[in-house]
Write a protein that binds this ligand. Structure first.
Ligand code: NAP
Ligand code: MG
Length: 490
């Protein structure tokens, strides 16, 4: 295996509070590991509850003046930050690849995708609208206006270090909310670089405060119980989402949750198999399978199952696994030893229950947390991987006969983020779109994420939507003012 020494730009490693870079109050730091090389690439400030308190007070103090800024002022900051992000694509991609492993080409794709949320919300900032109507008795005018919800708690996972941040921060800026932000411990460097860019773009002090930490609950619980924060926006596991919802209840905070998924990927026998295999690679292998939108259960109709499985296995087998910093790498390492162990254990469990390995099923190289892209067939419904997020490059295939049967299996999960369906029959596509219990449906495509789309799930996959026209609403409150009309009606 070739090991690349990525050339990293100068890294921000301090906390960012009230417009200033500061050490943690403990002066401690924690290491950030490159999962391909196991080298420690940086030491980052290990924020404490005291730091968390300073951060939320800064966000609270900045809210009033920030909330009164003009939409154009906020839009211009986002637009400028968007331009800076794009101009630093190579640097940001190198940081992302080094801290969490995705191949450079994918990291550059995430820079473009993540930056687009800032451009999108720069446009949304100037389009915050309202409503006006008349009371039913005709005596009052009803004027509906929108106001920023107030200081927000933002918490993000490691798998999309830039986009998960910009999707929340861009929205909050557009809406006029201040923020305290805790990025993931495993991949904090991209978020710190993003804070530096927003500072450079002219974001006033206190609007965005970033606290990195190795003890997430100690920092985030200070914010949740502060009485200053009015909203929480979380992306991560369903388990942690539930903890934050319980904490949000205490202060009755608005809550947006982007949680886990267990996406069904359904191929009907009339499907264009070229597109279905391309779609499966996209939906399964984006980010090494470490995505909430990842195809987690592949259901293929009898008649095309064998051919689909063989073709998918060939494609998966040919993918180049390695250090994402090496040009040409298509599959990077998993995030850490726990992630790798989980994937291996899920594969072992499926095989024990009768699944067959068409390709992969092992760790191809060391020292990084690499896992060979894997295709399993005859995966039974009681396999653990049918009921849990795999979060790795493993495609489990199950054969089905009837549409009713596959819809029932697809919906037999507590999650409901996304479903994919491949068919050339428009009526069948429409039926699946209607009957899948999910927030998003991909018809003949393995990619659903886009800044213009309302991203999010139902059931235990979450509450609320990010992006699209509704995204900004999550950060706005409605106010209604009654104004008497001059001439009362009879
Ligand atoms: P996670 O363990 O839930 O962590 C997410 C964030 O929450 C991290 O910043 C984490 O800090 C923090 N956290 C952990 N415990 C906490 C606590 N008790 N109180 C407050 N914050 C806490 O999830 P992950 O393993 O990083 O990410 C993978 C999960 O995210 C998957 O389930 C995936 O499906 C989901 N995800 C969902 C979406 C979506 O839009 N629906 C998008 C991407 C990922 P540490 O980093 O220090 O642990
Ligand atoms: Mg975690």
């Amino acid at each position: 295996m070739s090991i690349a020494t990525p050339v990293l730009p100068e890294l921000q490693t301090d906390l960012f509070i009230d417009g200033k870079w500061t050490l943690a109050s403990s002066e401690k730091q924690f290491g950030v590991e490159n999962p391909a090389t196991l080298e420690t690439i940086a030491y980052v400030a290990d924020g404490t509850p005291e730091d968390a308190q300073r951060a939320i007070e800064a966000a609270g103090a900045a809210q009033e003046s920030w909330g009164r800024t003009s939409p154009r002022f906020r839009a211009d900051i986002l637009r400028k930050a968007y331009e800076i992000i794009l101009s630093r694509t190579d640097d940001l991609a190198a940081i992302m690849t080094a801290e969490m492993g995705k191949p450079l080409a994918e990291a550059k794709g995430e820079v473009a995708y993540g930056a687009e949320f800032f451009r999108w919300f720069s446009e949304e900032a100037a389009r915050i609208d309202g409503d006006s109507t008349t009371t039913v008795d005709g005596n009052n005018r009803i004027l509906v206006t929108k106001e920023p919800v107030g200081p927000c708690v933002l918490v993000t996972p490691w798998n999309f270090p830039l986009a998960m941040g910009t999707r929340k921060i861009g929205t909050a800026i557009a809406a006029g909310c201040t923020m305290v932000f805790k990025p993931a411990e495993l991949a904090p460097l991209t978020s710190l670089a993003l804070a530096a860019i927003l500072h450079e773009a002219g974001l006033p002090a206190g609007v965005l405060n970033v606290v990195t930490t190795s003890n997430p609950s100690s920092v985030v619980s200070v914010w949740m119980s502060s009485g200053i924060a009015r909203k929480v926006s979380f992306t991560g596991s369903t388990e942690v989402g539930k903890i934050l919802l319980r904490q949000a209840a205490e202060n009755v905070m608005r809550s947006s949750m982007e949680l886990g998924g267990n996406a069904p990927f359904i191929v009907l026998k009339d499907a264009d198999l070229d597109r279905a295999v391309d779609g499966a690679i996209a939906a399964k292998m984006r980010n090494m399978g470490e995505a909430c939108t990842a195809a987690n259960r592949l259901y293929v109709q009898r008649g095309v199952a064998e051919e689909f499985s063989r073709r998918l296995a060939e494609r998966m087998d040919a993918l180049r696994v390695g250090d994402g910093a090496v040009p040409g790498t298509e599959v990077g390492p998993l995030i850490d030893q726990d992630g790798l162990d989980k994937v291996q254990q899920l594969v072992d469990d499926a095989v024990t229950r009768g699944a067959k390995v068409l390709t992969g099923g092992f760790r191809p190289q060391e020292p990084g947390y690499f896992y060979k892209p894997t295709v399993l067939v005859d995966v039974p419904a009681d396999a653990e991987m049918s009921r849990t997020e795999i979060f790795g490059p493993v495609a489990p295939i199950t054969v089905f006969d009837a549409e009713d049967e596959v819809i029932r299996m697809a919906n037999d999960t507590a999650w409901g983020l996304v479903g994919y369906v491949f068919t050339q029959d428009l009526d069948v596509a429409a039926r699946f779109s209607a009957e899948l219990e999910v927030g998003m449906v991909g018809v003949n495509t393995g990619v659903v994420s886009n800044p213009a789309a309302p991203f999010g799930g139902i059931k235990q996959s979450g509450i609320g939507r990010e992006g699209g026209r509704v995204g900004i609403e999550e950060f706005l409150e409605y106010k209604y003012t009654a104004i008497p009309t001059t001439a009362p009606k009879h």
